[in-house]
Design a binder for this molecule. Structure first.
Ligand SMILES: O=c1ccn([C@@H]2O[C@H](COP(=O)(O)OP(=O)(O)O[C@H]3OC[C@@H](O)[C@H](O)[C@H]3O)[C@@H](O)[C@H]2O)c(=O)[nH]1
Ligand SMILES: [O-]c1cc(O)cc2[o+]c(-c3ccc(O)cc3)c(O[C@@H]3O[C@H](CO)[C@@H](O)[C@H](O)[C@H]3O)cc12
Length: 458
């Protein structure tokens, strides 16, 4: 039951049209609704169906669908990042900007006290004249913002960032281990690319952070304190931390089909793999990874999107693979209930792309963690987990970025082998961190966040 009182706040939420963003916004909405606040969640029509089951307080959280217009460059019907390959996301940001009138109309009619947003940098322009306060809630790690999306980088649209500049963190950046090395810096060059009509990604995100009343980060001081302080000083704004905002316990059980399959294996023996809602691999890399899972000799459940050059998972699998792994390996091209998969007693290892949501879920789970980061923020999350927290291993890439079946298999075996020193060490550190980030600490973060929210609107 929500705990209501007279000072409850009506909040409007508007997140970037990606499930990795809308989902944590909704998790936060649940935590706030639990404390009696009302939320109007503005999101693409199609996303309503996909997120409805995560709304635990339908009396207090209402979905307000917007129509995402079709724009040149996007396949018809595109509404979220899951509908498109990553190189088309710039066009989706154009489409999101075209929903501005719809968002303005909801805001004017419901007059919330607060608006939470992340990527729509124009939200404060609508909210300020209406006397509404804004919180820019970021759901990527603080380190990934601090390393490039800060005024200290001194970027303009006339001067795109170079690889040489990216090889050095900005002045005052508080870490020498949570950094990108060698060719990895190329994964950040995109920040100088257009992300919307006449605006680069860097301009958009830094503007969004400059114009809000307070910055909020989905992280905690224990893990990212120094990066949060750095962002606060760069933007000269209050920084409110929500903690990891993990989902409330699910009421629906794990899909029977997968529950039964997993139940056929020893506790802690199955390797589960997922790369989140956006990653689509090339076919040859996809096949190499499948051979890597086969090579481990362990049971495995892989949930990945079909690779770029294939319509289905089945047509993308290596020759003879299905026969060889029959009975011990599943490769599934659809969505699974990841938190429930990770909580299943048979699952003992999570091979993850280390998206920020998956990072927190892995941290709170009992699984051994193997990381295969693909994009810039994921590489930085992986560095946090390996170099700073020392509770996971990252799969080694070849010089040219290739992930070999041998390296994947070695990494998995190194954490799954009971006698391995690496395996024992990451397990021990993982337990320490899980104990530190206990439910009491997490609740404390939300309570303090709510207090900060009240101070902002009073
Ligand atoms: O099959 C699946 C796959 C994923 N999921 C869930 O979807 C969420 C995926 O979010 P992640 O942040 O891990 O990864 P995504 O790639 O989707 O997100 C993206 O946007 C947010 C950023 O912080 C991430 O770094 C970026 O990768 C997780 O909560 C995970 O539990 C499922 O429930 N089922
Ligand atoms: O890869 C990234 C590296 C980095 O240093 C920072 C970011 O920031 C964000 C981000 C997105 C939205 C915000 O409001 C703030 C920060 C990143 O987000 C991803 O960007 C992709 C752009 O193509 C997008 O497709 C994806 O949905 C976002 O999760 C990435 C990095």
């Amino acid at each position: 039951m929500p705990e209501t009182n007279s000072s409850d706040i009506h909040i409007l939420m508007f997140a970037w049209f990606a499930f990795g963003h809308m989902t944590p916004f909704l998790h936060l909405a649940n935590k706030l609704a639990k404390r009696g606040h009302r939320i109007t969640f503005v999101l693409p029509k199609k996303a309503v169906n996909q997120l409805e089951h995560l709304n635990h307080y339908p009396d207090l959280i209402s979905f307000h669908p917007v129509t995402v217009p079709s724009v040149t460059g996007l396949p018809p019907g595109t509404e979220t990042c899951s509908d498109i390959p990553i190189f088309l996301t710039h066009f989706l940001s154009i489409a999101m900007d075209l929903t501005r009138d719809q968002v303005e109309s909801v805001m004017t009619s419901i007059k919330p006290k607060l608006v939470f947003y992340d990527t729509a940098h124009w939200i404060p322009d609508i909210a300020k004249p209406l006397g509404i306060k804004t919180i820019c809630f970021k759901v990527v790690c603080a380190a990934s913002l601090a390393i490039v999306l800060v005024p200290a980088r001194n970027l303009t649209s006339e001067r795109p960032i170079t690889e040489a500049e990216l090889a050095e963190p900005p002045p005052g950046y508080p870490s020498t281990s949570v950094v990108l090395r060698g060719r990895e810096v190329q994964s950040l060059l995109f920040v100088s690319n257009p992300f919307g009509e006449g605006i680069t990604f860097h301009e958009r995100i830094t503007l969004a952070l400059k114009n809000c009343d307070a910055i909020s980060l989905r992280t905690c001081r224990e893990v990212e304190g120094k990066f949060c302080d750095y962002l606060g000083s760069q933007y000269e704004k209050p920084v409110l931390l929500t903690g990891p905002v993990l989902p409330e316990e699910s009421e629906s059980p794990l899909d029977e089909r997968w529950g039964n399959w997993l139940a056929g294996f020893e506790p802690g023996s199955v390797v589960y793999c997922s790369f989140g809602s956006q990653i689509i691999l090339g076919k040859t890399q996809f096949q190499e990874l499948m051979l890597g899972f086969e090579l481990t000799g362990l049971p495995f459940f892989v949930a990945l999107k079909p690779p770029l050059e294939a319509a289905t998972i089945e047509e993308a699998l290596p020759e003879g693979f299905e026969e060889r792994v029959k009975g011990r390996g599943v490769v599934w091209g659809g969505w699974v209930q990841q938190p429930l998969m990770l909580a299943h007693p048979s699952v003992g290892c999570f091979v993850s792309h280390c998206g920020f949501g998956s990072m927190w879920e892995s941290l709170m789970s009992d699984c051994q963690i193997v990381l295969v980061p693909q994009l810039g923020d994921q590489i930085l999350n992986a560095r946090l987990m390996t170099a700073e927290l020392k509770l996971a291993v990252e799969v080694k890439r070849e010089e040219n970025g290739w992930l070999s079946k041998e390296n994947l298999s070695e990494a998995i075996k190194s954490v799954m082998d009971k006698d391995s020193e690496v395996g024992k060490s990451v397990k021990e550190n993982h337990k320490k961190w899980r104990d530190t980030l206990n439910p009491e600490l997490m609740n404390g973060y939300i309570d303090k966040f709510v207090q900060g929210m009240h101070e902002l609107v009073e």
